[in-house]
Design a protein around this ligand. Sequence first.
Ligand code: PLP
Length: 417
Amino acid sequence: MAAINRRELLRNAFLIGGNVAASSAHLEPQRSAASQATGVDYYQKLGITPFINAAGTYTVLSASTMPPQVQAAIAVAAEHPVNLKELLVASGEYLAKRLHCESALVTCGAAAALTLGTAACVTVANQNAILGIPTDMAGLKNEVLVQRTHRYDYDHAVRNAGVRFVEVDTVDDYQRAFTDQTAMAHFFNAGEGKISREDWVRIAHQHGVPCFNDAAADVPPISNLWNYTQMGFDLVTFSGGKGLRGPQCTGLLLGRRDLIQAASQNNSPNSNTIGRGMKVAKEEIVGLVAAVDWFLEQEDEKLQTEFQQRAERIAAQVRMLPTVQTQIFVPPVANRVPHLLVTYDPSHIKITGTQVMEKMRQGNPRIELNPGTGGPPASAGLPGGQNTIIVGVWMLQPGEDAIVAHHLHEVLRAAAS
Ligand SMILES: *Cc1c(COP(=O)(O)O)cnc(C)c1O
């Protein structure tokens, strides 16, 4: 949580790329205006207390923090103006190469990618339609097929493009649901349903309809970044601010060249478009590219081992209390990393999960447990429950697992009879 100061950022930047060091060298010894400034702690000034993130990558909790090399790349990018269209094209080409897909676009989050990708399917090869959507849909395809079980909290992002959902349950329903109004077939990667990814793609393509896979929260594993485009999905999105640990307001839209092109035409910085309110700044575009570079340097096994060990260290401490049981759980698709589940007998430890969460939140330091603690599951594939405490360990900073273990042990011990 320690704020990285400006000087450290720049020093890191020098270490990363020869070009950066070279292009910034002329700023020495005078230094640029920004690098002379010391950052004010605006959280403190505004009375906002940061917390230890033992929750995971939840949007309202600001999802993830950016690794130092991402923060440093952003600080460097912030120093100079550029042409946004050039930067979007160049970053897209770079990302497409690194992520083994035809084409890519940095968007203002996965939710914006859903809107732009859907808009692309509706407006592809039809310039006039860009102006018409979402209200003037006459003559435009306006139906999106989806499994009933894949309706979710991000429906609105798709509907923003002026389309409506047509729900199906079985492969037979799906086959019969295609009409000349079908613009797209939408898939929620972490959703459950009767129709597999492979069938979803194959049948859509038989009808000449593009399919979109929302895999926003579905890295790690790292290879997911290309698994779904290679499976044949025409569009795939990942959130930039979740497992990738880029700027929270970024996302990746990956896929077919003509559709990514159409998505760009519907996007900022073009003014009279559906995406104009989804602007991504130069710092954020660069930040996501840097985050992808950082993520591709990681190794799945090392990440999983690190998270497993954090969970085990916390488990070892709370398991010393009477009736406490611990389990390490890896959700199947979204947030596929070890989580610690702690359960206990409420007649011995007289506190609900919700109360534990509140006490941890009000402690010093503040700690946020996974929002599924004491209640319904907080994301696809995670459990919940009244006497279940869920610790999301993957967004903890080094050393924070010991702090979480200590405070969780204290809160439970105080309630033990
Ligand atoms: C988080 C999430 C999104 C939205 O991602 P943002 O990058 O926050 O816009 C969309 N779909 C799913 C399944 C998500 O988990």
